[in-house]
Design a binder for this molecule. Structure first.
Ligand code: G5P
Ligand code: MG
Length: 216
């Protein structure tokens, strides 16, 4: 079976949170561009060194760099069922992806901006897995430690309030037009809500039209 999808949404709208529920329920491969870039930065790879200066300023990494990177990641996948999170982020990236791979569905999370800005303050992430926590929402069982591995959690450098505003501005100017790109293709599904718990059941019921639920 093949199923190709993308999850869109502003910074901190809950893409990572909803993606992990999708992976658990449906067993898709999840490729989060931001998580993969952060691992490259930590490992000091050439890609990481290029991406770092953009990410820390809240700017998007150039399209050619991202398109090359994600194309390679897609080629390495063993499954034909996947979910891209954080890519595409510009119309040019969306066009590049569409030219090599048509998608089945694009999920767009719509969360009010004032809620988003509050959320990033409490975010902690487990870098190797991309698991994400929040001191107000889903706190780790032991503060500062990943629930599964017990390894340290980190706070993202680009989660400081000034950089978050820059990221939201980049989203408005460069990423919002991607929503229309997919609306015009007729594959966009929008989910509005103030919390991930409110949004998740709606996402799940749409995905059940395409995929069988995994028994765990
Ligand atoms: P990222 O890593 O893709 P963003 O900005 O798109 O970064 P981000 O910040 O990762 O998105 P998210 O995944 O949408 O947010 O949200 P999340 O992590 O699940 O949730 C945010 C917080 O809220 C968490 O702490 C979570 O626990 C909490 N939370 C979730 N739901 C709720 C709720 O219901 N209630 C409450 N109270 N809390 C909740 O990209 C980073 C950078 O990489 C570069 C760019 O520089 C980008 O800025 N980059 C790219 N550049 C160019 N092109 C691309 N394609 C790029 N991809 C990445
Ligand atoms: Mg994320």
């Amino acid at each position: 079976m093949a199923f190709r999808s993308v999850i869109l949404g502003a910074p901190a709208s809950g893409k990572g949170t909803i993606s992990s529920r999708i992976v658990k329920a449906f067993g898709l491969e999840h490729i989060a561009s931001g998580d993969r870039l952060r691992i490259n930065i930590k490992e000091n790879t050439p890609l990481g060194n290029t991406a770092k200066s953009y990410i820390e300023k809240g700017l998007l990494v150039p399209d050619d760099v991202m398109v090359n990177f994600i194309s390679k990641e897609l080629q390495q996948l063993k499954k034909n069922t996947w979910l891209l999170d954080g890519f595409p982020r510009t119309v040019s990236q969306a066009e590049a992806l569409w030219s090599v791979q048509k998608l089945d569905v694009v999920l767009n999370l719509v969360v009010p901006f004032n809620i988003i800005v509050d959320r990033v303050k409490g975010r902690w992430v487990h870098l190797p897995s991309g698991r994400v926590y929040n001191t107000d929402f889903n706190a780790p069982k032991v503060p500062g430690k990943d629930d599964i591995t017990g390894e340290d959690l980190i706070q993202r450098k680009d989660d400081n309030p000034e950089i978050v505003l820059k990221r939201l501005e980049q989203y408005e100017n460069l990423t919002r037009p991607v929503i229309n790109f997919y609306k015009n293709k007729g594959i966009l599904k929008e989910f509005e809500g103030k919390s991930s718990d409110e949004i998740w059941p709606k996402v799940k019921s749409v995905l059940l039209n395409y995929l069988p639920e995994q028994k765990s």
